[in-house]
Design a protein around this ligand. Structure first.
Ligand SMILES: [Mg+2]
Length: 229
């Protein structure tokens, strides 16, 4: 794995906040826009926080108040997220953080491609004790489409990786984003999408979970190895 770049999605790939993220965002809409239950029926999976924000404004007929209102909302969300993370019983996904240690020991660079706001991503990773494994990444603050997240993360590491790029995520959107950027698409069915859905989205590899970290490492390594002759 030496010289490779591994880009992780966060929610339902590395961890699950036990609903803290969604509740914090819903409360932020209530506090900033006086809309209760703003996120009822709103799909987060495969979207960025920026796109969820814009979609939800539209859903409730609220005008896009511009950058100042957006920043007020983002700040409120982060204050609420730090309050709710410890109040909700979340978890790291199986194999995390052991796999992160193994990847780093093997010389891989670890970063993120996540729809989370940058600060919210950091709060979640800190709360679950895995922030130190990651550097930089593509975040959902100003990017509304998922492939741009992978593109941005790859740009930050230009010249620093010599091996393949892996994108690891739990949604078809993660697989599509990987493919769009010439990265290996690694699906992990620890969210709401089944293995066959990730396979159908053109995943190179799909895991039920990453609990068997040695097998996961071997499969990732084999993917990049030249075919046996
Ligand atoms: Mg996810």
């Amino acid at each position: 794995m030496k010289g490779s770049l591994v880009l992780f999605d966060i929610d339902n790939t590395l961890l699950n906040t036990g609903g803290a993220g969604r509740i914090a965002m819903e409360r932020a809409f209530a506090d900033v826009f006086a809309v209760d239950g703003a996120l009822a029926g709103v799909e987060f999976q495969g979207h960025t926080d920026r796109s969820v924000y814009l979609h939800t404004l539209g859903l409730h007929g609220l005008p896009d108040g511009g950058a100042d209102v957006y920043q007020t909302f983002v700040d409120r969300y982060h204050a609420l997220l730090s309050r709710y993370l410890p109040l909700h019983q979340g978890h790291l996904k199986p194999g995390v953080p052991a796999l992160l240690h193994l990847l780093r020991d093997a010389g891989a660079l670890l970063s993120l491609q996540t729809g989370n706001f940058r600060e919210g991503a950091g709060q979640k990773l800190e709360h679950y004790g895995i922030a130190r494994h990651f550097e930089g990444g593509g975040f959902g603050d100003n990017l509304a489409d998922r492939p741009a997240l992978v593109r941005e993360a790859m740009r930050q590491f230009r010249g620093r990786f010599s091996g393949p790029v892996y994108v690891i995520g739990d949604t078809p959107a993660d697989m599509i984003s990987a493919r769009a950027n010439g990265a290996f698409a690694i699906g992990v069915a620890t969210g709401e999408h089944r293995r066959d859905e990730l396979t159908a989205a053109d995943a190179d590899l799909v895991f039920s979970d990453m609990a068997d970290v040695a097998a996961t490492m071997a499969a990732l390594t084999a993917l990049a190895a030249p075919a046996a002759r």
